[in-house]
Design a protein around this ligand. Structure first.
Ligand code: PLP
Length: 403
């Protein structure tokens, strides 16, 4: 079903139907998996992607593929964007966006706390290309405004940000970014389109690691950029096709399958996260719990305004985090001690402030350190609450937290 007929439908209906139609030759109801890397074409077909048009026949899978296209259509319907470009991972999507938008002599404002690999490439690789980068706490509008320069082309945020769950106000940032003639990109991996639609709030680009909630099952890496055709048609040619970080059709097919239950899963992630957060907030050993759905979150008012679903990620602090991390890794029976998030399975991981500040977030102002300390102290456990029965998760945490 074409995306344009779906705008009035609910999110769960879109998750099932958008981008998909019965296969015209077999009448198969589920999406076909087309693994072919090449397609037979007419002898008049050109070899350059330069002349490629939106509805041209399939030529070569790096240029476009029917299964990947179905996924892109479904993502665009869910995010209510004009179009989407899928990539091999969230990081492939992010690097494509940075390479596409930033040229030598340009400047970018980037969140001082964000997914570690983004922080690391904007500390070193992007400045090595003669693009200057200013890192700021993007929840502080004044700090972002002060960082904007005449040559600023991009403001890049994550909300809620990994790993702090600190929020940034998309609508306010879009207004000041546009008044400086720059574009706003929002990594909305933690929020997902069920919670927040950054394009409706004025953002120019939305980024998702499909590896997380959208795929939802911890078995396929993927990424996507969503936005306007005027931006993403050239971006597809210059980055996905030429740099080659294209998504495997097999992963696209797995992610499509995961997306069929996406809004239902997000409801359960949130429901379970509330129960687990409530248990942790009342545990005598736990110093602090951060969850955007709790009134104790420092930006609860913004969370209520900007998020229709508070998602499933909680952070919490315990005295002697390093020791407790070892204990949890040894004793947890249902919850996996592992990186990543947004899977059906509950995952927990300890993030030590000292290590992260040294390797990824190299703060330059006392305000940046203060904000980090408010949310993370010496270190935080990042708990990605899955879809198991909440009572079982709480019982597992209870036995593992016992002395
Ligand atoms: N953005 C966020 C917010 C993430 O948490 C991650 C990974 O954890 C990424 C991007 C990178 O995604 P991927 O692992 O799919 O490359």
């Amino acid at each position: 079903m074409s995306t344009k007929y779906l705008s009035h439908l609910g999110e769960q209906t879109k998750s099932i139907h958008a981008g998909e139609a019965p296969d015209p030759s077999t009448h198969a109801s589920s999406p076909n998996l087309v693994m072919s890397t090449t397609f037979t074409v007419d002898a008049t077909t050109g070899f350059s992607v330069e002349g490629m048009e939106e509805n041209d026949a399939w030529v070569y899978t790096r240029w476009g593929n029917p299964t990947v296209h179905q996924l892109e259509e479904k993502l665009a319907a869910l995010e209510e964007s004009e179009t989407a470009v899928a990539f091999a991972s969230g990081m492939a999507a992010i690097t494509a966006l940075l390479f596409h938008l930033l040229k030598a002599g340009d400047h970018a404002v980037v969140s001082d706390v964000a997914y570690a690999a983004l922080s690391e490439i904007t500390n070193e690789m992007i400045p090595d290309l003669s693009v200057s980068v200013t890192k700021v706490n993007t929840s502080d509008i004044g700090a972002v405004r002060a960082a904007l320069q005449e040559n600023t082309k991009l403001v890049y945020i994550e909300t809620p940000c990994n790993p702090l769950l600190r929020l940034s106000d998309i609508a306010e940032l879009a207004a000041i970014t546009h008044s400086a003639g720059a574009k706003l990109a929002v990594d909305s991996t933690f929020a997902t389109p069920v919670a927040t639609k950054p394009l409706q709030l004025g953002a120019d680009f939305v980024i998702h690691s499909l590896t997380k909630y959208l795929g939802g099952h911890g078995d396929a890496l993927g990424g996507a950029i969503l936005g306007y055709k005027a931006d993403l048609t050239p971006l597809r040619k210059k980055t996905s096709i030429r740099l080659g970080g294209s998504l495997s059709p097999f992963n696209a097919w797995l992610i499509l399958r995961g997306l069929a239950t996406f809004p239902i899963r997000m409801r359960v992630h949130e429901e379970n996260a509330f129960k687990v957060a409530d248990y942790l907030e009342n545990h005598p050993k736990i110093k602090r719990v951060i969850y955007p759905g709790l009134p104790s979150h420092p930006q609860y008012e913004l969370a209520k305004r900007q998020m229709k679903n508070f998602s499933g990620i909680i952070t919490f602090q315990i005295e002697n985090g390093v020791l407790e991390a070892q204990k949890l890794a040894d004793k947890l029976q249902i919850i996996h001690y592992a990186v990543s998030l947004g899977h059906q399975r509950t995952l927990i991981f300890y993030l030590n402030s000292k290590d992260l500040l040294k390797t990824s977030f190299k703060f330059s102002t006392p305000e940046q350190s203060d904000s980090w300390n408010t949310f993370a102290g010496d270190g935080i456990f990042r708990l990605s609450v899955g879809l198991e029965d909440a009572e079982d998760l709480i019982a597992d945490l209870r036995q593992a937290l016992e002395d």
